[in-house]
Design a protein around this ligand. Structure first.
Ligand code: IPM
Ligand code: MN
Length: 376
């Protein structure tokens, strides 16, 4: 019998509430499908950061590297300046473990309403493969010429009799920049992964870029895509500019099967993807390194205003748990969890407020557990 140790970072806000339901469902699947799981709870998040200043350190990362999959709730807290926890924990883990694939299924499950008129589950079923370690996320940037106050300027004028223009007096020359950077290998490997996934699906792969304007970086992306595509003559390929694809997501989502996208465009279009599949409460994601440590999480954030209210939808997290099991090789359990989620939705057994219901977070988890048991 396989047994898995899974590190868990419940994190902040609603993270712990939704993770508890995900754990419950995975434990049930383990009983039913003949494997065992044990959890390694890690107190990483805002609370610890506020108390000790610690985000995640080398020792913890080394410890995590012993496992194949991490389960994460959410990070983010209004008491902490935006970016600190996101960059210091979430992006840190994605980069440290070189989780170069961010897999985000956009699938309208039976029983869920999409805001797009007349579209059905068979119309909205695609997989976004978002590059996850490069592009504008590499963290190369800077600011300069900040903080020249009017007093400094007046002092300079008095001392040296320097004349400044009105704009400069008002600090208008302050600058900021951020570099988007992609590498040949970083691009090739994620595109190759997307082709491989296409081969298991409808052999229809779309690439996202903005090669018409940001032609150096995304022209490079396109060239690499064309090169890799030579190894997959059976896959039908298309290119979309990022602005246009947002339009087609809404108008013709049935065109898409697998989509590969640079990091930042992928961030943006998957929030739109989440909405067309019924909302943030239903959108899971996996940060994957096929040969290393991966991490699974709902794509929503920590939703601080719902913290402790037990009204949040745990389905995105439970679905992320299904993806986690799939990665561990427990394919049947993974599939069964998704089936149970879908049955709960289509029969409207336990739904949270975002889906028009009034069930509590744990009632949704319980319902999915019961369905899983009935089905197996
Ligand atoms: C996501 C999030 C993150 C991202 C943030 C929190 C760093 O928006 O997972 O989509 O931009 O990737
Ligand atoms: Mn995002």
């Amino acid at each position: 019998m396989s047994s898995y140790k899974i590190p868990v970072i419940p994190g902040d806000g609603i993270g712990p509430e939704v993770i508890a339901e995900g754990e419950k469902v995975i434990e049930t699947a383990a009983d039913l499908f003949g494997f065992t799981v044990s959890w390694i709870d890690l107190p990483i998040g805002a609370e610890r950061y506020l108390k000790t200043g610690k985000l995640i350190d080398e020792e913890e990362l080394k410890e995590l590297s012993r496992y194949k999959a991490i389960y994460l709730g959410a990070v983010g807290d209004p008491r902490v300046e935006p970016g600190i926890l996101e960059k210091g924990i979430l992006l840190k883990i994605r980069f440290y473990f070189d989780q170069y694939i961010n897999l985000r299924p956009v699938k309208l499950l039976n029983g869920v309403e999409t805001p797009i008129k007349n579209k059905k589950p068979e119309d909205i079923d695609f997989l976004v493969v978002r590059e996850n370690t490069e592009d504008f996320y590499v963290g190369i940037g800077g600011r300069a010429k900040k903080g020249r106050t009017k007093n400094d300027l007046e002092l300079a004028r008095e001392l040296y009799n320097i004349k400044f223009g009105l704009d400069i007096e008002h600090d208008a020359d302050e600058i900021a920049y951020q570099i988007g950077l992609i590498t040949k290998e970083g691009t090739r490997r994620v595109i190759k992964y997307a082709f491989e996934r296409s081969m298991e699906r409808k052999k229809n792969l779309s690439s996202v870029d903005k090669a018409n304007v940001l032609s150096d970086i995304y022209g490079f992306w396109r060239g690499i895509f064309n090169e890799v595509s030579k190894d997959y003559p059976d896959v039908k390929t298309s290119f979309y500019f990022v602005d246009a694809i947002t339009m087609w997501f809404v108008k013709n989502p049935e065109w898409f099967d697998v989509i590969v996208t640079p990091n930042m465009f992928g961030d943006i279009i998957t929030d739109l993807g989440a909405m067309i599949q019924g909302g943030m409460g239903l959108a899971p994601g996996g940060n994957i390194n096929p040969k290393g440590t991966s991490m699974f999480e709902p794509i929503h954030g920590s939703a601080p205003k719902y913290k402790g209210k037990h009204v949040s939808n745990p389905i995105a997290t439970i679905w992320a748990g299904s993806m986690l099991l799939d990665t561990l090789g427990e394919k049947k359990a993974a599939k069964s969890i998704l089936d149970a989620i879908e049955q709960n939705l289509s029969q409207r057994i336990a739904l949270t407020h975002d889906l028009g219901g009034s069930s509590a977070t744990n009632e949704v988890g319980d319902a999915i557990v019961n369905i899983l048991k009935e089905m197996n």
